[in-house]
Design a protein around this ligand. Structure first.
Ligand code: NAP
Length: 296
C-alpha cells in the first residue's frame, strides 16, 4: 500500500485528497492520499515521519512551504527558483523537494487563458506564497515587466528584487495606493490577483482596486478558486476582459505532482471532476455521464 498525503495547518479544507485519490483509483494503484494536520512546532517531526514511515510523498501547504526547505536532502530547479516546496518525494532514502505551483499556473494560463507571457507587462496583486511562484515563473518565461503590488510594500519590493536577480526580468514593488497602482493596472496585459482578498468566506473584491482600470485587451487571472468566480473576476468580465480562475492552477499543480511521484500521466480531467465535486460543482458532461450510469 502506497501512502501519499498533505501536510499543513489547517488541511481540512484541502481539495488535494479528493483529486489524488481519484487519480490513484484511475490507475488502479493500491494507495491512499491522507490529510495530515501538522500543529505549529511539529514540522521537523512530520518530515522525519515521511522517512520513518516510508511514505511515497506529500504535498506541503500553508504555513510550511518555505520553512520545510531546511529539512530536505535536495531540491529540483523549480523549487530552487521559487525557494518554496509544495511537494516532497521520498526516493532512494532521500527527501526531494519540488514546486509545481508555478508550472501549474503557467499551464493554466496557456491552456485556459490562451496567453503567452513572453513580452507581457504583468501586474501581480499580493506578495505572499502564491505571488512568489507566479512572479518567478513569469520572469523565467520572459515577461517584459512585472509589477508587484502589496499591502506590505517592503515584501513586494523584496520579491521584485528577487525576480530581477533570478530571472533578469525587470520588476518593481509598489504599495496599494491608487496613485501607483492605477498606472500599473492600466498598462498591464495580464493582471494576476494573488492576494487572499476575496477568498471564501469573505468574498468581497479588493477595495483598493478600481474596476475602472480593467480594459478588454487584458487577461485577468485570480488564483482563488473558492468562490468561482471571485467578485474581482466578475468585475473584470463585466468590463470585457478574458478571465481565468484558480481551479486550473490547483488541478495542474496536483497533476504535475502526481506524475512526479508516480511516473504516470496524470488523469487531469478526472482530478478536475473530483475537485469540482468537493466544491459542490460538477461539469455538465460529468453530470450527464453519472446520470446515464444511474439509469443503466
Ligand atoms: P500568503 O502567503 O498568506 O499571502 C497572502 C497575501 O495576501 C499577502 O500578499 C498579503 O499581504 C495579502 N493580503 C491578505 N489580506 C489582505 C488584505 N486584507 N488586504 C490586502 N492584502 C492582503 O497566502 P498565499 O499562499 O499567497 O495564498 C494567497 C491566495 O492564493 C489564497 O486565497 C490561496 O487560497 C490562493 N492560492 C491558490 C493556489 C491555486 O492553486 N489556485 C495556490 C496557492 C494559493 P501582506 O503581505 O501585506 O500580508
Amino acid at each position: 500500500m502506497r501512502v501519499l498525503g498533505i501536510i499543513g495547518c489547517p488541511v481540512g479544507h484541502s481539495l488535494s485528497p479528493a483529486m489524488h485519490n481519484a487519480a490513484l483509483q484511475y490507475w488502479g494503484i493500491k494507495g491512499v492520499y491522507v490529510p495530515f494536520e501538522v500543529p505549529p512546532g511539529y514540522l521537523e517531526e512530520a518530515v522525519a515521519g515521511i522517512r520513518a514511515l516510508g511514505l511515497w510523498g506529500v504535498n506541503v501547504t500553508l504555513p510550511y512551504k518555505e520553512k520545510v526547505l531546511r529539512y530536505l536532502d535536495c531540491l529540483t530547479p523549480q523549487a530552487e527558483l521559487i525557494e518554496a516546496v509544495n511537494c516532497i518525494a521520498y526516493r532512494d532514502g532521500r527527501l526531494e523537494g519540488h514546486n509545481t505551483d508555478g508550472e501549474g499556473f503557467l499551464r493554466s494560463l496557456r491552456e485556459e487563458g490562451g496567453f503567452d507571457p513572453k513580452g507581457a507587462r504583468v501586474l501581480i496583486l499580493g506578495a505572499g506564497g502564491a505571488a512568489r511562484a507566479v512572479a518567478l515563473v513569469l520572469g523565467q518565461c520572459g515577461a517584459a515587466k512585472i509589477t508587484l503590488a502589496n499591502r506590505t510594500r517592503e515584501k513586494a519590493e523584496e520579491l521584485a528584487a528577487q525576480v530581477y536577480r533570478r530571472t533578469g526580468t525587470e520588476a518593481e514593488g509598489i504599495g496599494l495606493d491608487a496613485r501607483e497602482l492605477a498606472p500599473a493596472a492600466c498598462r498591464a496585459d495580464l493582471i494576476v490577483q494573488a492576494s487572499s482578498v476575496g477568498m471564501y468566506p469573505e468574498e468581497e473584491a479588493p477595495p483598493w482596486f478600481d474596476p475602472e482600470w480593467f480594459s478588454p485587451r487584458m487577461l485577468v487571472y485570480d488564483v482563488i478558486y473558492r468562490p468561482r468566480p471571485t467578485v474581482f473576476l466578475r468585475h473584470a468580465a463585466a468590463r470585457g476582459c478574458r478571465t481565468v480562475d484558480g481551479l486550473g492552477m490547483l488541478v495542474f499543480q496536483g497533476a504535475l505532482a502526481f506524475s512526479w511521484w508516480t511516473g504516470l500521466e496524470a488523469p487531469v480531467a478526472v482530478m478536475r471532476e473530483a475537485a469540482l465535486r468537493e466544491l459542490g460543482e460538477e461539469s455538465s458532461a460529468a453530470a450527464e455521464e453519472r446520470a446515464e450510469h444511474t439509469v443503466e
